[in-house]
Structure formats: structure tokens, C-alpha cells
Design a protein around this ligand. Structure first.
Ligand code: ATP
Length: 260
């Protein structure tokens, strides 16, 4: 399988603080990764390197065969789907949902004078339908519920048919029903062989969608464990990563964790 993401001894320092510490990691096109770790472990920073928003201080990061630091990131970014709360904050509340999704083609938030073709409109409508947002195209983004907004963000991220999909805490702040609906949709999407490689950051093992294949546990910027879900999602590994005695249980394709 083709490699879509390679971190080779990647470290990242900001204002004298080491945030990523010698991270070596590879993602191939058929894999769907979840990244877990305590607050401040460096999960978002890792995703931002994968999205080409940050460059390593040392080591090599290769994204979709392009070496960061030696490539034009403006050509690379449209090939990467990225959804995060920070990005969603930049979406104007009075933007039409269809425009929120379509503007991904130009990597902008907020429609201005870009010209869209009928094919863009039809694709945006189809993606909205697939994420249970049929009939939402004319609604204003700011009037949607949290759950609906999260699904719009993902629809936007996949609008450009990316080769790598990065999701930063897509289920954060959702109520139980909205979370389960989102996980079901993410699970179905992850299970399709035609879907792109995926990396999803989350705080909760309960939010690992079915269909995900691999996990990476991060602790103070370094990898505590990484590999196939079954190998990594053990009580011992989670205990070491979170610095707290934890008991992990698997029920079918879902996980739960609690203090041991
Ligand atoms: N510009 C910066 N200068 C210095 N430190 C920074 C900077 N940006 C982030 N950090 C620090 O880097 C560490 C990792 O941050 P990051 O947001 O990647 O962690 P995270 O695992 O995603 O955390 P959380 O789970 O709380 O979202 C944190 O300790 C944070 O304070």
C-alpha cells in the first residue's frame, strides 16, 4: 500500500518548548488511525504537521510524497481534507451551508467572487446528503446545531476528494445522540475501500469509530505506542500514556475505558 504520511524522527519546538519529540510514524492509504493522549500531549500539533500547516524543527515529514520544507504547500493542501474546531471558527455564521462546503475547492472560508460550476454544486449537494444533511444547503451555518455543524465540517473536508483526511476531535461537545450518529457515519465512511487514509484525534476511546484500524498513543510529544488497534488499545498501554491506572474494554468494534 502507498504511504501517504511519513514522519521520520520528527521533532518540533516552539518558543523553546519541545512539543513533538522524535516521532517516527507511517500511515498508508488503506489505514484509518486514531490518535489519543492526554491534554497537551501534542496531538493537534502532530495533525498540523500532517496538514502542512507546521513544519518540523528537525527530522523529515513526507505528506503525499511531498517533503515538507521542499514543496509548495499551496499545491499540497487541496489534496488534504482537514476539519477542526479552530478551522470551523473561521467560517462566517451567515454563510450558506452549500457555500461552506463548496468553498473548500478554493481552500477559503467565506464565499467571495469565486466561480463555481454546476458540477461543484452537485458534488456539494451529494456530500451533504451522504452526511445526513439533505435539505440543509440553504441554511446559514450559524443556525445549525453543534452536531450538524460538525457534519458540515467533515462534508467540507471531503468535498475536494482528498487523499488524506485529518479530523481533530470531530465528536467533541456533541450530545450522546449526535455523537453516535457521527460515529456511525464516520465508521461507514472509514469502512469504504475507496475512502482516503484517515487520522482522527480524540480524547475518548468511546469515540473511536468502527472501521478504524490503527491507534497512536502520544505522551508529552513522544509516541507511547502505535500500531494495529488490537495491539495498542490495551489497559497497560493506556495506563502508561495517560499516567493513570485505566481499564480498557472492547465490546464488538467499540471501546470503553475507566479508572482501574
Ligand atoms: N506556540 C506555542 N508556543 C509554546 N507552546 C505551545 C505553542 N503551541 C502549543 N504549545 C504547547 O504544546 C503542547 C501541545 O499542544 P497541542 O495542542 O498539540 O496538544 P494536544 O495534545 O492537542 O492537547 P489537547 O488535548 O489539550 O487539545 C501544549 O503544552 C501547548 O501548550
Amino acid at each position: 500500500m502507498a504511504s501517504v504520511l511519513t514522519f521520520d524522527d520528527v521533532s518540533l519546538t516552539r518558543d523553546g518548548t519541545t512539543i513533538l519529540d522524535h516521532v517516527t510514524w507511517q500511515v498508508t492509504s488503506d489505514q484509518r488511525w486514531v490518535v489519543l493522549g492526554p491534554n497537551g500531549a501534542g496531538k493537534t500539533t502532530m495533525l498540523q504537521v500532517a496538514a502542512s500547516f507546521l513544519h518540523p524543527t528537525s527530522g523529515r515529514a513526507v505528506v503525499l510524497d511531498e517533503l515538507l520544507g521542499a514543496t509548495d504547500v499551496f499545491e499540497l493542501r487541496p489534496r488534504i481534507g482537514f476539519a477542526s474546531t479552530a478551522l470551523a471558527r473561521r467560517i462566517p455564521g451567515n454563510e450558506r451551508v452549500l457555500d461552506v462546503v463548496m468553498t473548500a475547492s478554493y481552500s477559503v472560508t467565506g464565499r467571495w467572487n469565486e466561480q463555481y460550476e454546476e458540477v461543484d454544486v452537485r458534488r456539494a449537494e451529494r456530500v451533504l446528503r451522504e452526511w445526513h444533511l439533505d435539505g440543509f444547503g440553504d441554511r446559514l451555518f450559524g443556525t445549525l446545531s453543534d452536531g450538524e455543524q460538525k457534519r458540515v465540517q467533515i462534508a467540507r473536508a471531503i468535498m475536494t476528494d482528498p487523499e488524506l483526511l485529518l479530523l481533530d476531535e470531530p465528536a467533541a461537545s456533541l450530545d450522546l445522540g449526535a455523537r453516535e450518529e457521527l460515529l456511525q457515519l464516520l465508521g461507514a465512511y472509514a469502512s469504504e475501500p475507496s475512502s482516503p487514509a484517515m487520522v482522527m484525534v480524540t480524547h475518548h476511546v468511546e469515540e473511536i469509530p468502527p472501521g478504524f484500524t490503527h491507534a497512536l498513543l502520544l505522551r508529552t510529544g513522544a509516541i507511547a505506542a502505535a500500531g494495529p488497534l488490537d495491539d495498542v488499545m490495551t489497559s497497560e498501554n493506556l495506563t502508561a500514556a495517560f499516567g493513570l491506572a485505566l481499564q480498557v474494554t472492547r465490546d464488538g468494534d467499540r471501546f470503553t475505558a475507566r479508572a482501574a
